[in-house]
Design a protein around this ligand. Structure first.
Ligand code: GLN
Length: 490
């Protein structure tokens, strides 16, 4: 049962070889057994899942099943779910039960999906390790060969990635502001795509940095991601930045192949401190694509080196503004005080964790009078240059290939006392976020210590189809079949 991919489970459900209820019960059992060790879910929703599974079985019996009927998913706890607590991994939203459903999760429900529960994440999706959740860290299902030290699953979508890798879900929703889908995908040996900014509606997703936040799927295979994105995406009048474009058949694009495609190799991604195994895997990925009929060409993205610095101005700036709404009046937790101001102060001091407070302070500083021009405005100008680099490169190539992250998963607790070192995790993922272009991470190999490493495919805006075609070709060539020690059915 646990060996089936999402596509495989869909076929088995349709052939009535397995019922949605059986599949859901198996996954719920696995969550009960393994979640105490992984902490991938903050709030499992077994009753809801069984109700949805029974409805899917009824729809399958009537021959009216939607494309995801009976498919059990984990939902990052940043997506508002009607009647189900939505915490954003923060103490300040711990008691928040939204009266409405996010557009992305509503789209999944429309197509028949089953929600197993709300997945853990870094607080307000700020992080690369899933260590900042107010509900405790997520432990990766992977460990280094011969070393039991618990590792991070990556972040901020660490619960989603760990759930998929440990087979506590067939797929998951996630969000990516600077790498939060792709980096945990790389760390956990699963696939994940951040689509083009605007491809999925942000309505009902707790906001971190609105000009960067994008929803996307995490799943075991590239095709499974394509199937999920097909349901999640689409225009939504409730989000003015959502794109009014048709949603292509992403799964069909996975079968296109790469013959005749031109794949760019951005010179500037070859950073000095890059571990040789990651460099070697990158070269291997390029060789795989050439063997499949693509041509590889060197390109230059000269402003990429400013990606991280500008991201850590823009993202905190927008976060400081978005998080101003948590004041103890309308949402979530409140800590009383002698007067209104003291109530605000106590609520925010007790409600937000250290990383969120740091971001609010940085963001407020870079937006303040006197510093706005020097930091925020300058960062926005550099951001335009980063996008221009990509636009120019895409005149000459169809997609780009890079490593997803500069390292494999690291032990829990490491880098916690050095925020800059933690932020360096995002060096390869942030430029695509700043530019709004799509990026897919594909599991491509293992490092010497037995941990997964991902390769990142970047594409033109709204050309996820080429990104999927390249990603699927890499996946076929890599034949990544390694599994974590801690997993259901293992
Ligand atoms: N690690 C990055 C950060 O901490 C990205 C997070 C994300 O994409 N949500 O901001």
């Amino acid at each position: 049962m646990f060996a089936l991919t999402l596509a495989g489970a869909r076929a088995a459900l349709r052939a009535r070889q397995v019922s949605a209820r059986e599949l859901t019960d198996a996954y719920l059992g696995a969550i009960e057994a393994l979640n105490p060790r992984l902490n991938a879910y903050i709030t499992p929703t077994p009753e809801l899942a069984r109700r949805q599974a029974d409805a899917a079985d009824a729809a399958l019996a009537r021959g009216e099943a939607g494309p995801l009927a009976g498919i059990p998913l984990a939902i990052k706890d940043l997506f508002c779910t009607a009647g189900v607590r939505t915490t954003a991994g923060s103490r300040i939203l711990a008691p928040f039960v939204p009266p409405y459903e996010s557009t992305v999760t509503a789209n999944l429900l429309r197509d028949g999906a089953v929600f197993l529960g709300k997945a853990n994440l870094d607080e307000f999706a700020m992080g690369s390790s899933n260590m900042t959740s107010a509900f405790g860290p997520v432990t990766s299902p992977w460990t280094r060969t011969g070393d039991a030290a618990p590792l991070v699953p990556g972040g901020s979508s660490g619960g989603s990635a760990a759930a998929v890798a440990a087979r506590l879900a067939l797929g998951a929703t996630a969000t990516d502001t600077g790498g939060s889908i792709r980096q945990p995908a790389s760390f956990c040996g699963v696939a994940g795509i951040k689509p083009t900014y605007g491809r999925c509606s942000r309505w009902g997703i707790v906001a971190f940095a609105s000009s960067l936040d994008q929803a996307g799927p995490l799943a075991r295979t590239v095709e499974d991601c394509a199937i999920l994105l097909g349901s999640m995406a689409g225009h939504d009048p409730k989000d003015s930045t959502s794109a009014d474009r048709p949603v292509p058949d992403f799964a069909a694009a996975c079968r296109r192949g790469v013959r005749g495609l031109r794949i760019g190799v951005p010179r500037e991604y070859r950073s000095d401190g890059m571990p040789p195994e990651i460099e070697a895997l990158w070269q291997q990925g390029l060789a795989w694509l050439r063997a499949a009929g693509a041509e590889t060409v060197d390109v230059s993205l000269p402003h990429t080196k400013y990606g991280l610095a500008t991201y850590y101005i823009v993202a905190p700036a927008e976060a400081s503004s978005n998080l101003a709404r948590y004041d103890g009046v309308r949402f979530g937790a409140r800590s009383e005080g002698g007067d209104l101001l003291e109530m605000y102060e106590n609520t925010r001091a007790e409600g937000f964790g250290a990383e969120v407070r740091r971001r609010i302070l940085i963001g407020t500083y870079v937006l303040s009078a006197g510093y706005y021009d020097a930091y925020y405005l300058r960062a926005q100008k550099v951001r335009a240059l980063i996008l221009r680099d990509f636009t120019e490169a895409f005149h000459n190539v169809d997609a780009l290939l890079t490593p997803t992250a500069p390292s494999a998963a690291f032990p829990q607790g490491e880098r916690m006392d050095d925020p800059v070192k933690m932020y360096l995790n995002d060096v390869f993922t942030v430029p695509a976020s700043m530019s709004g272009i799509p990026g897919l991470s594909v599991p491509a190999g293992l490092d010497a210590r037995g941990l997964p490493l991902g390769l990142q495919v970047l594409g033109k805006p709204f050309d996820e189809e080429t990104v999927f075609a390249v990603g699927a070709a890499l996946e076929r060539a890599a034949g990544f079949a390694a599994l974590p020690a801690l997993r259901a059915g293992g």
